[in-house]
Design a protein around this ligand. Structure first.
Ligand code: AMP
Ligand code: ZN
Length: 107
């Protein structure tokens, strides 16, 4: 999806540093952090939201990716948020998991 900002980030269009990366996922800092640490973990393939993924294996890997990203960042205590759909506050329609730690203001 060419006009998707997260697809562009994942493709390296802006040379965004990844704090965690696998074949399937990448994690990078949120541009408008709502906590001391605010990272977004995204699948490299485009899915608009959680409603558009049917692959249980990929979903399991995504959650494992949360844990490993947190571990890599040295976080022991953190909050994860997935906004699904406009009414729930989703603004970027490429599935992402917020990982927040320290002085969390909420997303
Ligand atoms: P959501 O409301 O769950 O869709 O969250 C979208 C998140 O993406 C917000 O926290 C934004 O600050 C973040 N965001 C938007 N554009 C960028 C970008 N170019 N790089 C990093 N984070 C972004
Ligand atoms: Zn995308």
């Amino acid at each position: 999806m060419t006009d998707c900002i997260f697809c562009k980030i994942v493709s390296g269009a802006f040379n965004t540093p990844f704090v965690y990366e696998t074949e399937d996922f990448a994690a990078f800092n949120d541009i408008n952090p709502k906590a001391d640490t605010h990272v977004l973990l995204v699948p490299k393939n485009h899915y608009e939201s959680l409603n558009d993924i049917d692959d249980e294996n990929l979903l399991g890997k995504l959650l494992m990716g949360v844990k490993l990203t947190a571990q890599k960042l040295g976080l022991k205590s953190y909050k994860t948020v997935i906004n699904t759909g406009k009414d729930a506050g989703q603004e970027v329609f490429h599935l992402h998991i917020h990982i927040l730690a320290g002085n969390i203001k909420g997303v």
